[in-house]
Design a protein around this ligand. Structure first.
Ligand code: PGA
Length: 235
């Protein structure tokens, strides 16, 4: 795993955008896995400012709340349009369907769509305070394929800042599984802020635990973790 420690959030965002743009230069028609959350917003802003070319790219988002209407301003579909795709439309965007009638079927459909596209070339990730990636939460076991998960209280608390009240935060989500993430050829993780320092230290510990799903990334051959100094404080 490659570590890149940047001074602050802005520098980490710029570094992530630079690495991604270099990959886009190599493969302009890549399949690109993208995250939501506060962390990637700076990278998305930089991509927009730099006029990155996504016109040949097929995107696959990591996760989506379930159930949620696409028009809800807290849906990840809405987030992606507002923060990236309105300015830089990809050739095709894919997001797990929070409106699907049958979530189990939607999970299978999503994995099949990634497979049919030829797999992910690059997966960009954030990390939760508890080590979750996508909505793969700590627990006794981790799922391989896209799955329908109940969110932990920790994640509902963390995400309630975006909703009018905690009661409005959806309690479940559809998320790519650990297998889906690990199948990406290249993984770029961005971790910033002191709240992430403990989870980040564990992903460089040499040990894997289902209590920190991101520790599984240690088994991947091409992971770059871009941190700010606060997130890297416990390394
Ligand atoms: P954040 O979330 O970027 O809003 O901190 C990261 C995550 O939960 O994966």
């Amino acid at each position: 795993m490659q570590k890149i420690i940047c001074k602050d959030y802005e520098a980490a965002s710029r570094k992530a955008a630079e690495i991604l743009m270099a990959e886009l230069k190599k493969k302009p028609d890549m399949n690109l896995g993208l995250p939501t959350g506060s962390t990637p917003i700076g990278m998305y802003k930089t991509l927009i400012a730099e006029g990155a070319d996504l016109s040949k790219v097929t995107t696959f988002n990591l996760d989506e709340y379930y159930p949620i209407l696409k028009s809800n301003d807290q849906s990840y579909e809405y987030f992606m349009r507002r923060n990236l795709f309105d300015a830089l439309p990809p050739k095709e965007m894919n997001i797990p369907n929070g409106e699907a009638a049958d979530p189990a079927k939607e999970c299978l459909r999503y994995d099949a769509a990634i497979e049919a596209a030829g797999g992910l070339d690059v997966q960009v990730l954030g990390i939760g305070q508890n080590g979750h990636i996508g909505f793969n939460e700590p627990g006794d076991a981790l799922s391989v394929g896209t799955n329908h998960v109940q969110l932990t209280e920790n994640t509902i608390d963390a995400n309630s800042r975006f909703f009018a009240s905690r009661d409005e935060v959806p309690t479940s989500a559809l998320t790519l599984g650990l297998g889906g993430i690990m199948k990406a050829k290249k993984i770029i993780m961005i971790a910033t802020g002191k709240e992430k320092a403990k989870a980040v230290a564990e992903i460089f510990s040499g040990k894997i635990t289902t209590q920190n799903p991101a520790t599984v990334l240690q088994l991947h051959a091409d992971v770059t973790v871009i941190m700010d100094e606060e997130a890297a404080a416990n390394l």
